[in-house]
Design a protein around this ligand. Structure first.
Ligand SMILES: [Zn+2]
Length: 274
């Protein structure tokens, strides 16, 4: 099956805990989606920017029912949502998923320099867009996706967006955490993001770290070791304790750590969440 165009576009890797990473390294967003295989149902977490047919890949791994849940509503996580009929998201990012994005809104993400691999056949930068979808249900803290032989618990981890979630499989020690923790550029400075919420979310995940075996992030290196979560929690502590930003640009402070960066609005100290 690897000679099909989907497999030229996506890097697909299966791990011991029956999680399949579907990565999109040929696009500048370099995003990862994860398929959690279950006995009665499988859970697809995120759907990439949407250049390749992720559903065709998913169906190579399961013939059973599929639920799609978005870790949040940014464009690089929702692009293939329209290929699925059971889509879930947190209420905080519901409108993004319902609305999708127009060709114009996707703008620079469709430019030739956004690609390091040839996009799959049929891609047209003039017409490509992200269709909005009907959402089956919203998810919230504590909800559980029961896949028959495994359960994924929803952890509300806002701060990058209001509706960011992570998912933990306590039995196998797997954490899927979207954009909240990864070894690249982490962003708490978006207009509806919040640094205080972000820090609290990372702390929530760090509290789980001793019981985790693998962490599956939305970007950059994957999977990562659970200590990566505590590293980010410690980085937030350093910032809270007065560490100076390494770069200040366009009202954003960027803090550079060994394995990642954190970006916060320069006014972050005054922006306590409601
Ligand atoms: Zn994002």
């Amino acid at each position: 099956m690897t000679d099909r165009p989907e497999y030229e576009w996506f890097d697909v890797t299966t791990y011991d805990d029956n999680i399949v990473a579907i990565a999109e390294p040929g696009h500048v967003e370099d995003v990862k989606a994860y398929l959690v295989l279950g006995r009665d149902r499988s859970l697809l977490v995120d759907s990439t920017v949407g250049f390749g047919d992720i559903r065709a890949v998913v169906e190579d791994y399961t013939s059973g029912p599929i639920t799609l849940v978005n870790t949040h509503g940014h464009l690089d996580h929702i692009g293939n949502n329209w290929r699925f009929d059971d889509v879930w998201v947190h209420a905080g990012d519901l409108e993004r998923v319902r609305a999708g994005l127009t060709n114009q809104q996707l703008g620079r993400f469709l430019a030739p320099d956004a690609f390091s691999r040839k996009p799959p056949p049929g891609f047209d930068p003039e017409t490509f867009h992200t269709p909005g979808v009907q959402v089956s249900e919203t998810v919230q803290e504590g909800d559980v996706f029961d896949l028959g032989d495994r359960r994924l618990r929803v952890i509300h981890t806002p701060g990058h967006t209001p509706g960011c979630i992570s998912l933990v499989d306590e039995a196998s020690g797997a954490l899927i955490c979207g954009d909240i923790v990864h070894k690249g550029a982490m962003f708490a400075h978006y207009v509806d993001g919040n640094a205080h919420e972000y820090r609290a979310s990372v702390q929530k995940l760090a509290d789980l770290a001793p019981s985790l075996k693998s962490v599956y992030p939305g970007h950059s290196v994957y999977p990562i070791e659970p200590s990566a979560v505590t590293d980010v929690a410690r980085a937030f502590d350093e910032i809270w304790n007065g560490r100076e930003p390494d770069v200040q640009e366009n009202s954003v402070f960027r803090f550079q750590f060994d394995a990642f960066t954190l970006s916060l609005r320069e006014t972050w100290r005054d922006e306590l969440p409601d």
